[in-house]
Design a protein around this ligand. Sequence first.
Ligand SMILES: Nc1ncnc2c1ncn2[C@@H]1O[C@H](COP(=O)(O)OP(=O)(O)OP(=O)(O)O)[C@@H](O)[C@H]1O
Length: 308
Amino acid sequence: MSNYAIEASDLVRRFGDFKAVDGLNLKVPTGSIYGFLGPNGCGKSTTIRMLTGLLQPSEGSVSVLGLEIPRQAEALRLRIGYMTQKFSLYDDLTVKENLEFIGQIYGMGRAELRQRIGEQLDTYGLTRLINQRAGGMSGGQRQRLGLAAATMHKPDLLFLDEPTSAVDPENRREFWEQLFDLSDAGTTILVTTHYMDEAERCHGLAIMEAGVVRADGPPETLMQQMGVSVVEVEAPNLRRLKEKLLPLNEIRSAAQLGIRLRVLVDRSVSEPMGWLRQQFPELEGAELTLARPSLEDVFVTCTGEGRQ
Ligand SMILES: Nc1ncnc2c1ncn2[C@@H]1O[C@H](COP(=O)(O)OP(=O)(O)OP(=O)(O)O)[C@@H](O)[C@H]1O
């Protein structure tokens, strides 16, 4: 068996003249949590739909769990779970009824179903809510039920499309603990997100923009390999300073964070702090410090976001 749960080569999807996904190459190691980070409309959902066999690629090849997709999509269906952005369970059914319904779709017998529902209620903290209608649950509870439903049949591979967009940070953290438990047990997870903190938790990451992967690798590697130095500037008139900085070729981005301006300076500038002081005499009394790159810095340097 391949070490990769997902392999895609030169994947393209057109809608009319528009290329939603443009030459995507992807290798997701078995058992890892792999993230797709990118703005709305960059092609994350379209990619997932092609990987699951729901959408036919215009070009390229896809192998998922050793199956050729879309040709063997039917065999794949039983081995994957898919949690979409919108809660796709039934609001009028209770927690138990929703899980029963999903289990029946996967052909579970009564005894198996009873046992598996018990396990899932326990794992996802839903036992107390067993008779609660899904429509009346909080965002965090609904999301736990969504994950319980998506993993009812113990899939080898789980696709999560912006799974935490409707939950608060605490529930998000808890949700990620559950993803790590699944990953430890051998499940491969592909997750799309716009949240940097969420992306940073992934073992591997692809940063997408306009249908193209701009960078990929483990988050720490992406941060180390970024071709910029990060300087934080504490000075008066940060808005004006930002306007003056952005047109310079050496400046990749400048963003205000409270009383500081976070400035990304191209690595071709060997002494970024000295260089900034030289370019801007008004920085004379200002405090400049070198900061550790963050994933957000990686994101703005490899997409067009930094100059907006
Ligand atoms: N069926 C379709 N017909 C035409 N255009 C489409 C279709 N599906 C998606 N697109 C377009 O393809 C692009 C990528 O969409 P996609 O949903 O994959 O983006 P995304 O990164 O998942 O964004 P979001 O986070 O908003 O879901 C968008 O411009 C979208 O409008």
